[in-house]
Write a protein that binds this ligand. Structure first.
Ligand SMILES: CCCCCCCCC/C=C/C(=O)SCCNC(=O)CCNC(=O)[C@H](O)C(C)(C)COP(=O)(O)OP(=O)(O)OC[C@H]1O[C@@H](n2cnc3c(N)ncnc32)[C@H](O)[C@@H]1OP(=O)(O)O
Ligand SMILES: NC(=O)C1=CN([C@@H]2O[C@H](COP(=O)(O)OP(=O)(O)OC[C@H]3O[C@@H](n4cnc5c(N)ncnc54)[C@H](OP(=O)(O)O)[C@@H]3O)[C@@H](O)[C@H]2O)C=CC1
Length: 264
């Protein structure tokens, strides 16, 4: 009888931006399933406790590395540290990302570059550097974090939306280019998920629906994105590459809008 295989035990996974929020949930989920997890953020003291928790409370092992994904040399050091500690990465989750909400006319060149650099170029650096090791090692699996903002327009999200849309096309292109190397590349596009970053950026502090009338779905949990990522990097998703999977919850009862986020 066939049983689905969601196993990641013994795999080596790099998760960027894992000091909190979705990245932390992904790292803890993979660790709980027995993966060796390498996590990074811009501050060593913020990733250390997460790695300690994974080491102490899960089957998996963890290594915490300070790495700003916008800096190519730091990404190279991250991958070097991974290889030294656990061997070649089997999994890369490009989760580090962020934004500020502002009208297009109020975004300075530096502000635009900061968001594109973090979300898009950070994904490029990590994919190129880790991808090289994966190719030499005979394969792997990459998951990129896009957003519903990469699929639909929303006011105040021009820079972030452009970067997250580009990540979707990058996912598709790498899936084609790296298929011969045994590397699957997929993407997840979450709707609104309760994280410290969202609380800070959008001022949403609780499970309550945002005040904005158009947002008609409940806010997601980071673990609901982590479970999807685990599926995508597992053997159960061996027939999937180049896909962007949206996870944005079901519309509230009685809602007649086809897109529950109200984004056009
Ligand atoms: C309900 C809806 C449903 C919406 C439906 C669902 C949508 C989900 C939305 C959630 C998305 C998330 O990603 S939530 C996670 C968000 N978390 C975060 O963003 C926290 C992480 N933030 C950061 O890392 C940073 O603050 C980040 C914004 C990337 C900038 O990094 P830097 O350190 O390089 O940036 P800074 O030096 O601070 O600033 C760089 C430039 O950006 C400008 N800048 C910074 N903040 C600015 C602002 N608010 N307005 C204008 N400009 C700003 C500065 O003035 C600088 O430009 P100059 O003055 O010209 O020099
Ligand atoms: N939450 C949501 O509603 C949604 C989130 N997303 C995407 O999911 C991902 C995670 O979001 P979320 O958990 O909400 O974000 P948070 O802001 O809560 O967490 C962001 C994480 O990224 C790290 N980080 C930020 N900048 C860098 C950098 N330059 N280099 C390395 N690490 C960095 C932060 O750590 P530190 O500060 O310690 O460096 C932190 O661990 C992002 O890509 C986001 O765009 C997409 C759709 C919806």
């Amino acid at each position: 009888m066939h049983e689905p295989d969601y196993a990641v035990a013994g795999k080596t996974a790099i998760v960027t931006g894992a000091s909190q929020g979705i990245g932390r949930a992904i790292a803890e989920t993979l660790g709980a399933s027995g993966a060796n997890v390498v996590i990074c953020s811009r501050a060593q003291e913020r990733v250390d406790p997460v790695a300690e928790g994974i080491d102490e409370e899960t089957e998996g092992a963890a290594l915490a590395v300070e790495c700003n994904v916008r800096e190519r040399e730091q990404v190279e050091a991250l991958v070097d540290a991974t290889v030294e500690e656990f061997g070649a990465p089997d999994v890369l989750v490009n989760n580090a990302g962020g934004e500020f909400v502002a009208p297009f006319e109020d975004i300075s060149p530096n502000g635009w570059n900061a968001i594109v650099d973090l979300n898009l170029n950070g994904t490029v650096h990590c994919s190129q550097v880790a991808g090289e090791v994966m190719r030499e090692n005979g394969g792997g699996s990459i998951v990129n974090l896009s957003s519903v903002n990469g699929q639909h327009a929303a006011p105040g999200e021009s820079h972030y939306g452009a970067a997250k849309a580009a990540i979707i096309r990058l996912t598709e292109t790498l899936a084609v280019e790296w298929a011969p190397h045994g590397i699957r590349v997929n993407c997840v596009a979450p709707g609104l998920v309760q994280t410290p970053g969202v609380a800070e950026t959008l001022g949403i502090e609780s499970e309550q629906m945002p005040a904005r009338e158009t947002v008609d779905r409940r806010i997601g949990h980071a673990e609901e994105i982590a479970d999807l990522v685990q599926f995508l990097v597992s053997p159960a998703a061996s027939f999937m590459t180049g896909e962007t999977v949206t996870a944005k919850g079901v519309p509230k009862p009685g809602n007649s809008m086809s897109d529950g986020l109200g984004l056009e």
